[in-house]
Design a protein around this ligand. Structure first.
Ligand SMILES: C[S@@+](CC[C@H](N)C(=O)[O-])C[C@H]1O[C@@H](n2cnc3c(N)ncnc32)[C@H](O)[C@@H]1O
Length: 380
């Protein structure tokens, strides 16, 4: 990839290019990063690049000519020209991935009051790095360049960015390093267990929990994808972003027909209308160890989860009622064990689906049942 940065302050990029991952990516030819001072393209006598705004007002405005000519001199058929501007579309990790697939980026850094509006006509995209105003586009250009370069093949290890925050709309899981215990704070035991399945499940659960707590906006999609494994009794529920599934309409008649693919692999051809249905079951091909896909509205999953939990609490309640009539001394301890197991199961299985408060409220119901049972059994 090649990145050309149009700036009045090329010096600002020297430090950026000469440290850490960016430096290594340049040295190993994964990326070429050049700065271009568009003042060099100004045709007037004093190399002036800005002027006062028509209609009056504060500040100076960057003129068309130097920027038009600088872009013209760098542009090829593979170039994507990006204007850095507070009024652009807000930058995110998805955009970084998209840009990392490009061959050549030309980034235009503004300064002063901003640009002559006509400069936008030579740009393919207008990007803002956030809802605040900086003095120039240089820091935004560095932010964009840094986030894109680390996604280029072999710049950093692939699995370190596939688990990064915002992938699949989730925040990253918590990480720990040596020592095991620091100032009384211990590393979670599961991470020391060596059991990779347990570690992955723990990380996935933490990602969902953290995202729910800190960035619920990322989970606002209405649908989740539920995948089921091919083996019987090994049903596995994986929460993916519906955006991961590509649904392409292949025929449009009264029954809408869609081709459904995930990661560019065909999963099913089916008929459904995602706008109307609560959920839809797709029969998939088995190549991806995938026999079934369910696309389900989140509220639907929530209702089913509550229904299942209530069913289990009712079973426990019936057992406790029966146990009240039993004279065996072990009955109380067995009941307590059973209640605790149910609470643990609810927490581990349903936490990814429900809120912490909801889990607490259902486990309180179990505590209440057990309390009543113990009081009645012991007569206290
Ligand atoms: C002082 S700003 C101009 C602000 C402009 N008057 C406005 O309110 O939108 C100068 C330049 O800094 C860059 N810039 C400032 N904030 C930015 C942001 N949040 N994202 C991207 N570029 C930004 C742009 O290139 C902009 O033209």
């Amino acid at each position: 990839m090649k990145i050309d940065i149009l700036t009045l302050f090329p010096q600002m990029f020297e430090g950026f290019k000469s440290e850490s991952i960016i430096k290594r990516a340049i040295e190993s030819n994964k990326v070429k990063i050049n700065t271009c001072n568009f003042r060099d393209f100004a045709k007037n006598k004093h190399k002036k690049v800005d002027d006062t705004p028509y209609g009056g007002g504060a500040g100076m405005v960057l003129m068309c000519q130097p920027i038009f000519d600088a872009v013209e001199s760098l542009k090829t058929k593979n170039s994507k020209v990006i204007l850095l501007s507070p009024s652009g579309k807000k930058y995110d990790q998805k955009k970084a991935y998209e840009l990392s697939k490009e061959k050549h980026l030309i980034l235009i850094c503004g300064h002063y009051e901003g640009f002559d509006e006509r400069i936008k006509t030579i740009c393919d995209d207008e990007i803002s790095i956030g809802d605040y105003v900086l003095t120039g586009g240089e820091l935004p250009a560095m932010v964009l360049t840094d986030s894109v370069v680390r996604l280029l093949p072999n710049v950093i290890q692939e699995d370190s960015h596939i688990n990064d925050s915002f992938n699949k709309n989730l925040l990253d899981y918590p990480t720990y390093t040596k020592p095991r215990s620091y100032k009384g704070m211990d590393v979670p035991y599961v991470l020391l267990s060596g059991d990779h399945k347990k570690i992955n499940d723990w990380r996935k659960e933490k990602q969902l929990k953290l995202t729910k707590e800190k960035r619920p906006d990322l989970l606002k999609n209405k649908y989740v994808l539920v995948k089921e494994g091919i083996k019987r009794n090994t049903k596995k529920i994986i929460y993916d972003d519906i955006k991961d599934i590509k649904v392409v309409e292949i025929k449009n008649n009264n029954n809408l027909k869609y081709k459904v693919s995930k990661d560019d692999r065909l999963v099913a051809i089916t008929i459904f209308n995602p706008m109307k249905i609560t959920g839809y079951k797709l029969k998939g091909k088995s190549e991806d160890k995938l026999t079934k896909i369910l696309i389900v509205k989140k509220e639907f999953i929530y209702k089913i989860a509550i229904k299942n939990i209530m069913k289990k609490i009712n079973i426990l309640s019936n057992r406790l009622n029966l146990a009240l009539m039993n004279t065996d001394n072990n009955v109380v301890s067995d009941a307590l064990k059973e209640a605790q197991m149910l609470k643990d199961m609810i927490r581990s299985v349903y936490l990814p689906l429900l809120s912490e408060e909801k889990i607490n409220s259902v486990t309180k119901k179990i505590d209440y049942l057990v309390d009543c049972f113990v009081k009645m059994k012991t007569g206290v």
